[in-house]
Write a protein that binds this ligand. Structure first.
Ligand code: AMP
Ligand code: MN
Ligand code: MN
Length: 333
């Protein structure tokens, strides 16, 4: 039996149809789902005659520069040509994740919230569509495009594929639904060039990234009788490899490969307002819930992939997180 396609709420479709100048925004530090779903939403809106612009506080990440854009990706609200009459918020478990600079605009302009995170507080003022059972926000955008009779082809399909592939761990995590696979199958039938796209997605490493991975892998800590693997990435590690924060994307997934590991943790230092803070990324499998750990530190995400930003250096963050991480397996035993 084929599972049914979800029905897009009518208030989402009418909000998208009735506004004329729409700003499409996703969480800061965009991952492929945040940026892919933003670009796909902008393509969809343009196809139905709506003037759509894409905003992201951190701009277009370098690893997605191969995508064809529906226009520039704005990174400061000052660069907007005029006040939008709607902001579409994508892939944001809460409003704060859109970043500090957009918050004043969100106080003034109606918002639509489209997302797949657990515990999303439905912050959209005009409409909300939150489906934690969906693999990616890109999947929700695909259903919206279909509901608006926009074909999933060309640059729109590429943006959707990037979003869905990334959030499903290339179609391997527990969130890989038949619906997500069916969308990709339909896009392939409609001409999506998969080998070309995967080549652009994967074979693009810089030397800095390779060196960083080598350095970090050498000093991964195996803790808790092998149940926890932690990669600490200091500012010094990044600087000495000439690496950027994007160069660390993917390391935490590799730690899950270690046999016996229940929780993989990456702690990457960054500087904010002259102080060191750490971006924590957690990964697990099956029933092991790392979202609960991230939530203890003001973050969130999904059961098997979650994150938080903590105002400590990497070493101290590991010390304070470890007792909560232990809870992941102790709770289940
Ligand atoms: P990451 O570790 O950044 O790849 O994120 C894994 C998952 O956790 C994604 O679904 C993110 O949206 C979510 N996430 C990451 N950082 C945060 C945060 N600071 N607050 C809430 N959710 C987060
Ligand atoms: Mn995301
Ligand atoms: Mn997502």
């Amino acid at each position: 039996m084929t599972t049914e396609m979800p029905t897009v709420p009518e208030e989402i479709l009418s909000a998208l149809r009735k506004h004329k100048r729409v700003l499409v925004a996703a969480h800061a530090r965009p991952d492929p789902d945040a940026m892919g779903s933003s670009l796909a939403m902008a393509w969809t809106l343009r196809a139905i005659g709506v003037d759509a612009l894409v905003f992201n506080e951190d701009g277009l990440p370098p690893f997605l520069r191969f995508l064809t854009l529906p226009g520039p990706v704005l990174s400061t609200p000052d660069s907007l040509p005029c006040e939008p009459d709607l902001v579409v918020c994508l892939d944001c478990g809460d409003r704060a994740r859109l970043g500090d600079t957009l918050q004043p605009l969100l106080d003034r302009v109606p918002t639509v919230n489209i997302d797949h995170h657990l515990a999303n507080p439905l912050f959209g003022t005009e409409a909300n569509w939150v489906e934690p059972g969906m693999a990616a926000t890109g999947e929700l955008v695909a259903y919206i495009a279909k509901a608006l009779s926009v074909p999933l082809q060309g640059a729109l399909a590429e943006a959707l594929y990037v979003a869905i592939s990334a959030d499903t761990g290339n179609f391997s995590y527990g969130n890989t639904t038949p619906g997500a696979m069916r969308l990709v199958a339909d896009m392939l039938e409609d001409g999506l060039n998969l080998p070309k796209l995967r080549d652009a997605m994967e074979n693009n490493w810089s030397e800095a990234r390779l060196r960083l991975w080598g350095r970090i892998m050498q000093k991964v800590r195996i803790l808790e009788d092998g149940k926890l693997a932690a990669a600490l990435i200091t500012l010094e590690d990044l600087a000495s490899c000439h690496a950027t924060r994007e160069d660390s994307e993917g390391i935490v997934e590799q730690l899950r490969r270690l046999s016996g590991v229940r929780v993989a943790l990456m702690l990457r230092e960054e500087e904010k307002d002259g102080k060191v803070q750490v971006k924590a990324s957690l990964r697990s499998s099956g029933k092991d819930n790392v979202q609960a750990v991230a939530a203890q530190f003001g973050g969130g995400g999904h059961r098997n992939a979650a994150g938080a930003t903590i105002a400590l250096d990497a070493e101290k963050a590991l010390t304070v997180m470890q007792p909560y991480i232990r809870f992941v397996w102790n709770r289940l035993q």
